[in-house]
Design a protein around this ligand. Structure first.
Ligand code: PMP
Length: 448
């Protein structure tokens, strides 16, 4: 029964796991963009298992590929070859620009970023890493030094590992976070041409240079950024910012890492990878979440030159690149292409952005609507003048009402003040219209 499930969850599962909703959902089934609870109620999933189920829940093609492999071979470890790993990395690297051609298969986004940090340090023989405030890069002791949103650190300065790995040398970047009061996005949206963007860009580049100058000159190992900040609520950078930042980091001997854990695999619509929207080619790309549509897998892709710097010694993990993961990952790539999901993300995403922006005009408590493709943030404020974050007592009822009307939305941002709309990429325009209608109804109820 529901009560028994809740009791076990509370008694035998980590108390530091966050559960959504006053009455947490007990889910039984998923089909594409839909989830079904134990009472058979249907929900439109606008959060996709935290931006992961990109091709849809139990996508028939991915399910069939997994089922076929289940009866054939699960695991060998990389000490032997199996065709699925070769087939997969060939397919994956075909989607990346030169010279990003060497793949390391891992099991989670945190593990991928751990490896990327390690690679940057081994390759450059430097130590300092630069990241942005408001960024999320993982919850492992190593990556916690880079993650700077939420309370994941448990009061331990830079994550546990920093005590031994000396991670305090990780520098906080300049990113102000999603608080509307100093949200850069506001500046960009207000300008009718690219002028405002240029002005904001210059300001932020100056701050970025300041951050760099606090590192020992020429001693930077790397710089990591999400092409759009995910957990922070779809925070975007000025147009030229990442390109200029990459150049500054490279001039100082560092490598550039794109964390594509959320933005990869067509999520941003116009491009397959988020970094492509900035006109840059990173030295290292990390990916997880959408890569396996929910199957635990992740990857780091880098250049032969960086990979060779690690070749002197063994680098190993047991599960990475197992046949199950490779077959699932391969079917996911096929599904994205065959179902036209990147294009759908672009089209339905543009439609949703427009519709939510109309609501922004109508409701004083919507401070900002932003994003790209199906990676949308709706930042809620007390009112447009103060730009103070909408307190949880007011956020939560809107969010609960959406759930009760059959739409599941994510939350994020430094003050948990941003609704995150990141559905499976197979969502239709009709579903999107339904979602907007429900959100509208929940906002109207808030006014009552
Ligand atoms: N990078 C980004 C951008 C993420 O959003 C996340 C997960 N929220 C991670 C890394 C860490 O991934 P995982 O939870 O699979 O370790």
């Amino acid at each position: 029964s529901y009560e028994r499930m809740l009791k076990i969850r509370k008694q035998n599962l980590s108390p530091s796991l966050n559960m959504y909703y006053k009455k947490p959902l007990l889910l039984h089934q998923g089909h594409m963009q839909w989830l079904f609870d134990y009472e058979g109620r249907r929900y439109l999933d606008l959060f996709a298992g935290i931006v992961t189920v990109n091709v849809g829940h139990c996508h028939p093609k991915v399910t069939a590929a997994a089922q076929k492999q289940l009866g054939r071979l699960w695991h060998t470890t990389n000490i032997y070859m199996h065709p699925s790993i070769q087939e997969y990395v060939e397919k994956l690297t075909a989607l990346l620009p030169d010279p990003l051609k060497v793949v390391y298969l891992t099991n989670s986004g945190s593990e991928a970023n751990d490896l990327a940090m390690f690679m940057a340090r081994v390759y450059t023989h430097n130590f300092d890493l630069i990241c942005f405030r408001g960024g999320y890069h993982g919850a492992s002791p190593y990556t916690l030094g880079l993650t700077s949103i939420g309370s994941y650190k448990h009061g331990v300065a830079n994550g546990f590992g920093c005590q031994t790995t000396m991670l305090p040398d990780v520098f906080r970047g300049i990113w102000g976070g999603s608080h509307c009061r100093d949200s850069l996005v506001q500046t960009i949206r207000k300008c009718s041409c690219s002028q405002g963007c240029c002005e904001a860009n210059d300001r932020y580049i100056e701050q970025f240079k300041d951050t760099l100058s606090t590192c020992v000159p020429k001693a930077i190992a790397g710089f990591i950024a999400e092409p759009i900040q995910g957990v922070n609520g779809a925070i975007q950078y000025p147009k030229r910012f990442l390109k200029e930042a990459f150049q500054l980091v490279r001039e100082r001997g560092g490598v550039c890492i794109a964390d594509e854990v959320q933005t990869g695999f067509g999520r941003t619509g116009s491009h397959f990878w988020g970094f492509q929207t900035h006109g840059v080619v990173p030295d290292i790309v990390t990916m997880a979440k959408g890569i396996g549509n929910g199957f635990p897998m992740a990857a780091v892709v880098t250049t032969p030159e960086i990979a060779n710097s690690l070749a002197q010694n063994l680098h190993f993990n047991t599960f990475g690149g197992n046949p199950m993961a490779c077959v699932v990952g391969s079917a996911v790539l096929d599904a994205i292409a065959e179902d036209g999901l990147q294009k759908n993300s672009e089209e339905v995403g543009a439609y949703m952005l427009l519709e939510f922006a109309k609501l922004r005009e109508k409701f004083e408590i919507i401070g900002d609507v932003r994003g790209r493709g199906l990676m949308i943030g709706i930042e809620m404020v007390k009112n447009k003048d103060s730009r103070q974050p909408l307190p949880d007592e007011e956020m939560s009822p809107i969010w609960e009402d959406c759930k009760d009307m059959g739409v599941l939305i994510g939350r994020g941002g430094i003050y948990n003040q941003t609704f995150r709309v990141k559905p499976p990429l197979c969502i239709t325009k009709q579903d999107a219209a339904f979602a907007v209608e429900v959100f509208h109804a929940a906002l109207m109820r808030h006014l009552e």
